[in-house]
Design a protein around this ligand. Sequence first.
Ligand SMILES: [Zn+2]
Ligand SMILES: [Zn+2]
Length: 241
Amino acid sequence: MREGLTHLLYPRKCPGCGIVLPAGVLVCDECKPDFQPIKEPTCFMCGRQITSETEELCYTCSTSERSNAFGIAIFPYDDTLRKAMSDLKFHGQTDNADFFAAMAVTHAGARIRNFAPCALIPVPVHKTRFRNRGYNQTELICNKIGDLLGIPVITDLLLRTRKTDFQKNLGRMNRGRNLEGAFACNFKVYPRPVIEADFSRVLVVDDIYTTGSTMEHCASKLVESGVREVGLLSIAIGGGT
Ligand SMILES: [Zn+2]
Ligand SMILES: [Zn+2]
């Protein structure tokens, strides 16, 4: 009932072309083929597509520090994704979050269930950015995935403690430095023994993965703070090789 009413008031739009969709449809038939999930073989640590069947990791993951246990990515960050993500992030097209969540569950639901995370953790944004935008797009996606899979979403364990420059404006070397001290675990709410007991496995979710330095900063902070295994899920993955 509530879904139906919301739909009448705010008809759902296609994440590709923006046309109004019939109830219960998340993407139009024309745009559907543009949203192609990543194909195997993929890097074990980040989920990006790799060319070699024999390698386990992409070049970036094999030459960088990685604190996570594995990584899954749903889509390549191509023009279709770039537009749909930017509509979600900057133009209030929040319906796209439902579409991304549904696709993540279709393509990675089995692996996520298999990992059985105690919680989903969206990569946090700084509170000023949150205030300006009114929402954290990754949190919207995460909430929907949590609903679909019945996994709690925890947003107050990992905090963004420092506002950072937009990563895309920085070179690779500066990206790592830009994020130093940007994340911290909230020991006031979750003392270390609580983290160890209640969050042995968590899945960190981000909208766009490029070099992996944001995810690495999140994963290493969680591991340092008592989480045993961190899995990563990115909706779109670009950059790197
Ligand atoms: Zn469309
Ligand atoms: Zn990788």
